[in-house]
Ligand binder design. Structure first.
Ligand code: AOF
Ligand code: ZN
Length: 340
């Protein structure tokens, strides 16, 4: 007899597996699975390594082999019921003779959802919603994106105490310290695309790559340069260290829908003020991760140029921390007149 508490602990292990260093963010969710025999012992473990590779359930079933018969599969996401790049996990679980499926997050996609009902109809004991909040945090951006049909957008900016992003000449001004810069590389490593305007490329010439000691190389984020101004052929963003998309698309919503169809689920908006204003006006900035540097510039462009209207967004603060000498604010954006 397996005590219900066993599922919570096993789900904890499945959640850990889902976040393995070589489990990428991106088009597919991160998913972990463990198989427990009738005594509650773990006899199989698996996790998903990205689009096109076997799902977590299949990996765990392979690991368990014959021991999966009569066993309990504990998985962070409802097993899929569809044939996508791989076959349905519901079928794999049934074929292996699994007696019970315990899952956390309901599959929010219309293509793959409904696995729980299918398994129940086939006589499997199915229990959903176990540690679903914990499991959902593994795939916040993916879940948001599949629900809305566009990637989640996190706006990163670094400003002086007086809200400016550059000095009087508008040229590149290093504002934040080394600790904040290191965090930004971690942030880049966690997204699928980094978006800047042509102005940022012309002024700052950023490489927009992940440069981080010990970074386990999942796919480098796509670099996206938006705007109509030509950029020089020797711009660092055009080097061969990561793929780059240069696109003249003035409507942020259209841009984002296009990125979604390329498998992008989380976008990091890194600049500059003109592009940020366009995204804010289109109400597509979802999160902010801002750094405030302890310097008073006194002159120079501010993070958002005048938008000709009252403020239209509030920020629900999730976290405030001191990073080296800088202050970091993480929050989710709430638009006036929108629900929730
Ligand atoms: C995963 N990994 O471990 C599970 C997933 O294109 P496919 O065939 O890889 O299917 C992707 C969908 O399958 C995904 O959006 C999700 O709804 C479901 N479950 N996906 O990538 C997994 N269990
Ligand atoms: Zn599946």
């Amino acid at each position: 007899m397996i005590e219900p508490g066993t599922w919570s602990a096993a789900m904890g292990e499945a959640i850990e597996l889902a976040q393995s260093p070589d489990a990428p963010h991106g088009e597919n969710p991160r998913v972990g699975c463990v198989i427990l025999d009738t005594t509650g012992a773990v006899v199989g473990r698996g996790y998903h390594r990205g689009a096109g590779t076997p799902h977590a359930e299949v990996m765990a079933l392979r690991d368990a082999g014959e021991r999966a018969r009569g066993a309990t599969a504990v998985v962070t996401l409802e097993p899929c019921s569809h044939t996508g790049r791989t076959g349905p996990c519901t079928e794999a679980l049934l074929a292996a003779g699994v007696a019970r499926v315990v899952f956390a997050q309901v599959d929010p996609t219309s293509q793959a959802g409904g696995g729980a009902e299918l398994l129940r109809a086939a006589g499997v004991d199915v229990i959903g919603g176990v540690r679903s909040d914990d499991a959902a945090t593994i795939n916040t951006a993916w879940t948001f994106a599949v629900r809305t049909g566009r990637p989640m957008v996190t706006w990163k900016s670094a400003v002086s105490l007086d809200g400016r992003v550059a000095g009087a000449d508008g040229g590149p001004t290093p504002l934040t310290g080394a600790a904040a810069r290191a965090q930004v590389h971690q942030l880049r490593a966690d997204v699928d695309a980094i978006v800047v305007g042509t102005g940022t490329v012309l002024i700052d010439d950023p490489a927009l790559t992940v440069r981080m000691a010990g970074h386990v190389g999942t796919a480098a984020p796509l670099r996206v340069v938006v705007g109509s101004r030509p950029i020089p052929a020797d711009a660092r963003v055009l080097d061969d260290s990561a793929p780059t998309l240069v696109i003249d698309e003035p409507d942020p919503s259209v841009l984002l829908t296009g990125l979604y169809s390329r498998g992008i689920r989380h976008v990091l908006l890194e600049g500059g003020p003109t592009l940020a204003a366009a995204f804010l006006a289109a109400r597509v900035i979802d999160r902010i991760e801002w750094y405030i540097a302890p310097v008073l510039l006194g002159a120079g462009p501010v993070a958002l140029p005048g938008m000709g209207s009252d403020p239209q967004a509030g920020v629900d603060v999730i976290d405030v921390s001191v990073v080296g000498e800088d202050v970091r604010i993480v929050g989710s954006v709430r638009y006036e007149g929108s629900e929730a």
